[in-house]
Design a protein around this ligand. Structure first.
Ligand code: SF4
Length: 185
């Protein structure tokens, strides 16, 4: 199911996103998004070691309440996926390459969409890694227009967002999928 109100616009966004390197693009209905405190709370467990260390992560990034309020102003968005095949489930190098590809694609797409939709709301995959060392908390972010909070930091349960919007999340054994979301207009 890949239908949305204005199919021409989705096709335009899909074309831009695929050209930036994503492997698939899906329409997302902002009304399906649930900004869950329990997902945001997982950041504080610091399993990814970015909690309180990066401008795009809690507690510095957009609050759950702000994310929910901001999302309420949108009617349409896109889910962006990067799916890669791994050698096996322990293929750390393959996983690193996949997230790097996803972040590169996201970085290419942001300025293109911003030029057309300056008020858009991007939510990425994981902490920003643009700088070798994040300036947080001592100095302002070096590239605020090129960063975004992660979907999880905004309280979104990624597999649920995919499911609620008819997008796959699991592509089979020895694959990995990274997901970002941009609310466009
Ligand atoms: S662009 Fe640099 S300073 Fe800004 S959040 Fe990313 S890593 Fe930190």
């Amino acid at each position: 199911m890949r239908k949305m109100g204005n199919e021409a616009s989705f096709e335009h966004w899909e074309k831009l996103a695929l050209a930036c390197g994503f492997t698939s693009v899906w329409p997302v209905d902002p009304k399906t998004l649930r900004f869950l405190p329990e997902v945001r709370a997982m950041c504080a467990e610091d399993k990814c070691r970015n909690y309180n260390k990066n401008w795009t992560c809690p507690p510095a990034c957009i609050s759950l309440e702000e994310a929910e309020q901001r999302a309420a102003g949108f009617h349409r968005g896109i889910l962006l996926q990067t799916t890669e095949t791994l050698e096996d489930s322990f293929d750390a190098e393959g996983m690193s390459a996949a997230i790097a590809r996803h972040r590169d694609s996201f970085g290419r797409l942001l300025p293109l969409l911003r030029a057309e939709y300056p008020g858009f709301f991007p939510m990425g995959a994981g902490a920003c890694t643009r700088c070798e060392r994040c300036t947080y908390p001592g100095e302002p972010c070096r590239f605020p227009e090129q960063t975004a909070p992660s979907m999880e930091a905004c309280g979104l349960f990624v597999s649920q967002v995919c499911r609620d919007n008819g997008a796959p999340y699991y592509s089979g054994p020895d694959t990995i999928t990274f997901v970002s979301c941009i609310l466009v207009d």
